[in-house]
Design a binder for this molecule. Structure first.
Ligand code: DX5
Ligand code: ZN
Length: 221
């Protein structure tokens, strides 16, 4: 198990004041910035790209930027995010024709690589590539929108993937994304997650520090 990471999803931030929002959430105790990239093709929504990632770096953000690519195809956008200052880059296997090649491309750029499993994606997609990954990201909602409810079956899937990671023996993070809140994060951590994405639960409250502290306390309990 890796040290706990709370990664607020800026999908739920106020985009008109994005730099200030990111500064505020990091000052409130966030560890990473989760950066959702949607292309209106792989998922039915359109968000932000490498220019915004680069703008956050120019603004002075030094925390890890956890880029979650919900785009198809994946490979041609990876070098742009490497240049823009991403530190973690995750992608969906359904959106890559050659999953192993995409992992190598991310790592060749000096970033950490993650594979994202949708709620209905079987865990055997991890066979043969798990040891090449730095993290596995389990979607606990269908990708495309913030503010959805956590799908309970994710807890069983987390336990299965935690077992796979333990058997593999490498320091691979297990990240969960979608519907994570102070009142369910304890159960999610107990099922094996160590890295927690939360959008609406954090940015939907006025006191970011209080929510992040409540989440960290529930994970540690
Ligand atoms: C959904 C995104 C998530 C989303 C999470 O496709 O990948 O990162 O922003 O939002 P909440 O925490 O509101 O479910
Ligand atoms: Zn995400």
């Amino acid at each position: 198990m890796q040290p706990t990471v709370i990664a607020p999803s800026i999908l739920s931030a106020d985009f008109a004041r994005l730099g200030a929002e990111v500064d505020q959430v990091l000052a409130a105790g966030a560890d990473w910035v989760h950066f959702d990239v949607m292309d209106n093709h792989y998922v039915p929504n359109l968000t932000i790209g490498p220019l915004v990632c680069e703008a956050l770096r120019k603004h002075g953000v030094s925390a890890p930027i956890d880029v979650h690519l919900m785009v198809e195809p994946v490979d041609r956008i990876v070098p742009d995010f490497v240049k823009a200052g991403a530190t973690e880059i995750s992608f969906h296997p359904e959106a890559s024709r050659h999953v192993h090649r995409t992992i190598q491309l991310i790592k060749a750029g000096g970033c950490r690589a993650g594979l994202v499993l949708n709620p209905a994606t079987p865990v055997d997609v991890l066979d043969w590539v798990l040891e090449d990954l730095d993290h596995v990201l389990l979607m606990s909602v269908n990708p495309g929108f913030g503010g959805q409810s956590f799908i309970p079956a994710t807890l069983d899937k987390l336990r299965v993937v935690r077992g796979m990671i333990e058997r593999c023996g490498k320091p691979i993070r297990l990240e969960v994304d979608g519907g994570v809140k102070p009142d369910n994060i304890g159960a999610i951590a107990a099922a094996g997650a160590d890295t927690f994405v939360a959008g609406s639960a954090i940015f939907g409250q006025p006191d970011y520090a209080a929510v992040i502290a409540a989440m960290k306390a529930a994970v540690a309990a």
